[in-house]
Design a protein around this ligand. Structure first.
Ligand code: ATP
Ligand code: MG
Length: 252
């Protein structure tokens, strides 16, 4: 059975239908890359999965547990929303670290607040995650003392700290200078080697092609094309996808 199943997700803001009917599923350890032009609904989809927005309709199931089931989305309690959020982690485009905390404290804050272990256990978890993203020597630095790539790697460690079942990234490298992009993509690739299930919204076509198991091209709130990267990139079926990939090629 799929680890994540998303069925018929719809989301409108006022009269604007931003997500029209999104369905896909993901197996444990798979990486899904989502590509698409600006305004196609990619961030909204990730925000719905992370319960930062509540979909108007649709079903989200993780590990056999249905978090939201179509019709009753408006009746979700605040506590249910908080619980649902724990199944997903989200890494933002602009890092969004807490500026008043050190790198290590950024990573340990959530497990500390949620009492996910003794202070010693949480401290060693934080150190292990900082090591995993290659920043053992930066534990006591504040965000302003770190490069963009380092801040983003702290943000990844922070997102891992609550062991989410699915880790989502919203254009994790688009705020970075090109020379810092590689270090962040390497960390994401390393997570795949550790069987982490991930959804990555990205403009990095090479990365999507090389690392993703499945690619979705979104256009105007629908999944215009979905398939393994070889098929989506080498042999796209829809005219819109062809036009997008053609444009992307000349841009990147
Ligand atoms: N809170 C909101 N209120 C009203 N409209 C919104 C809101 N959030 C997003 N939208 C609209 O939804 C549409 C999709 O936005 P979204 O941010 O999901 O696109 P995106 O694919 O992530 O774009 P980009 O590539 O520029 O990040 C846009 O038209 C946007 O203006
Ligand atoms: Mg976006």
């Amino acid at each position: 059975m799929a680890l994540l199943e998303v069925k018929n997700i719809q989301k409108s803001f006022g009269k604007t239908e931003v997500l029209k009917n999104i369905s896909f599923s993901l197996e444990k350890g798979q990486v899904l890359a989502i590509i698409g032009s600006s305004g196609s609904g990619k961030t909204t989809l990730l925000r719905c999965l992370n319960f930062l927005e509540i979909p108007d309709r649709g079903t989200i199931t993780v590990g056999g547990k249905t978090l939201i089931d179509g019709a009753d989305s408006t009746t979700l309690s605040d506590e249910a929303i908080r619980q649902n959020r724990l199944h997903f982690g989200l890494v933002f485009q602009n890092f969004n670290l807490f500026p008043q905390y050190t790198a290590l404290e950024n990573v340990t804050l959530a497990p500390t607040l949620l009492k996910k272990g003794t202070p010693e256990e949480i401290d060693s978890l934080g150190r292990r995650l900082m090591e995993q993203v290659g920043l053992s020597d930066r534990l006591e630095n504040y965000p302003f003392q770190l490069s963009g790539g380092q801040q983003q790697r702290v943000a990844i460690a922070r997102a891992l700290a609550l062991s989410p079942e699915v880790l989502c990234f919203d254009e994790p490298t688009s705020a970075l200078d090109p020379e810092l992009t590689g270090e962040v993509l390497r960390v994401i690739r390393g997570l795949k080697d550790k069987d982490t299930t991930m959804i990555v919204v990205t403009h990095e076509m090479e990365f999507a092609r090389n690392v993703a198991d499945m690619v979705i091209y979104m256009a105007d709130g629908i999944i215009e094309e979905m398939g393994p990267p070889e098929r989506v990139f080498e042999n796209p079926q829809s005219e819109k996808t062809k036009a997008f990939l053609h444009g992307a090629q000349s841009m990147f």
